[in-house]
Design a protein around this ligand. Sequence first.
Ligand code: EPZ
Length: 418
Amino acid sequence: MERFAIEGGQPLTGSVRVHGAKNAALPILAASVLAKGESVIHDVPDLQDIQVMESILRSLGARVTRQGPSISVDPTPIHSTEVPDELMRQMRSSIFLMGPLLARFGSVRVSKPGGCTIGTRPIDLHLKGLKAMGSQIDESHGFIFCRANRLKGASIYLDIPSVGATENLLMAASLADGTTMIGNAAREPEIVDLANFLNKMGAKIKGAGEATIYVEGVPELMPAEHTVIPDRIVTGTLLVAAAITKGRIRLENVNADHLGVVMTKLRETGVEIEVERDIMTVKSSNRLTAIDRIQTSYYPGFPTDLQAPFMSLLTIANGTSVISETVFEERLKHVSELRRMGARIKVDLRTAFIEGVPELTAANVEATDLRAGAALVLAGLAANGTTIVENAHHIDRGYERIEQVLGSLGARITRIRD
Ligand code: EPZ
C-alpha cells in the first residue's frame, strides 16, 4: 500500500501544465474500437484507469501502443467481445465498451459493474437505450450479454442526464441504421469531446453539449487523430490547492469555458482568477470568505467531482458554508476524515454545513475514493503539521504524479511505499 506524507503550511507558487481529461480519454479510447484502422489519441494522462482501459482493449485483441502522451489503438485484430471480469471490476468505466463493441461486432459481454463508495451507480439507463435500439439483453450469473445484428436508430429519453449513458448511446448510435435522438442528454465538455472525435471518424452527430443530441447512423467509421481536452477537474483541484495554501500559481493548458461556475464560486471566497487564452493565474486572499450555498448538479452546474476538494477549502473560510450533493447518494465520506483534522462540519442527509475554523491540524486520514482523497491532500497542504493520507492508489486514478505536480509548486509532499 502507498500513502502520502504532507507537511502543511507552504504557500504554492509557480507554474504547471494541466494534463488531458481522464473522463474524455476513457470514452474516446473505447470509441476507437468503432474505426476500421488505427486511431491516435494525444494528451492521454498516464493514470491507472487509463492503463485498465488499455488492458481491456488488448485483452479483446486490439493493438494498443503508448508513445509518451499519445496512445494508438488498432481494433482490426479484435477477436473477442467479452470484457474480462477482473478488469471490469477494477474500473466502472469499462461499461463504455458496451456501445462500441455492440455496434461494431454485434455482441458484447460485460460483468455488472460494481458500485463504488460514492453510490450504487446503476446502468439501467445504458441498457434501456441499447434495448430501444434493438439490442437483445440477457443478464445471468453477474454478466450482461447484448446482441444485435444491426442496431437501429431510436428516440431515447434519459430520465437522468447520465454522462456514461449519453456516451455509450452516442457511440452505439454512430453505426446504427437510421437516426437516433437522445433527449435529456448529459452536456459535459467530455461529451462534446467524444462527439468531436466520432465526427472526425465520419459520424454524423449534431447537438452534443446540448440537452438533445441527434445522431444519423453511418455504415462505417474510419480511424482519426485527436487531442483530448484539458482535465477541468484537475484544473479545479489545483485552483483550490493555490487558494487553500494562500499561494499564487499559473496553470497552462486550461479551458476556462469548462469552469464557469467553479471560477464564480472560487471568486466568492475572495480568490482572484485571471484568464488569458489557455493560461489561468490564481491568487489567494489572506482570509477566505465562506460560500452561502454550493449545490452539485449536472453540467453546467457545479461539478460533483469538485465537491470534496471545495469542502476542504471551506473548512478554513470565514463563516459557515453549505454544500448539497445532489448527484451521488454517498459522496460525503471525506467529512469524517476532515473532522479528524479539526474541521467543523455537520451533515444532514446529503447537505454539509461547514463552519470555518482558523486552521486545520495534521492527522492520519484515509482516502475512500478518488476525489475524497484529493480533498484530504488539499487539507494536508494547509494543515499545521504532517498529514498522512492512506490509500494513495485512489488518488492516482485521477491525478497523474500528483506529488510531483504539487512538489514542483513548493508543496512538501512525499509518497511512502510499504
Ligand atoms: C461520470 O460518471 C464520471 N466518470 C464521474 O467522474 C462523474 O462524477 C459523473 O459522470 C457525474 O458527472 C467518468 O466520466 C469516467 P452518471 P458516470 O452516469 O457516467 C445515476 C471521477 O471522479 N445513473 O452521470 O458513472 C448515477 O447513479 C468520476 O472522475 C443511473 O441511475 O455518472 C448517478 O447518481 C466519479 N442510471 C447519476 O445518474 C444509469 O444508468 C449520474 O451518474 C446511469 C447513471
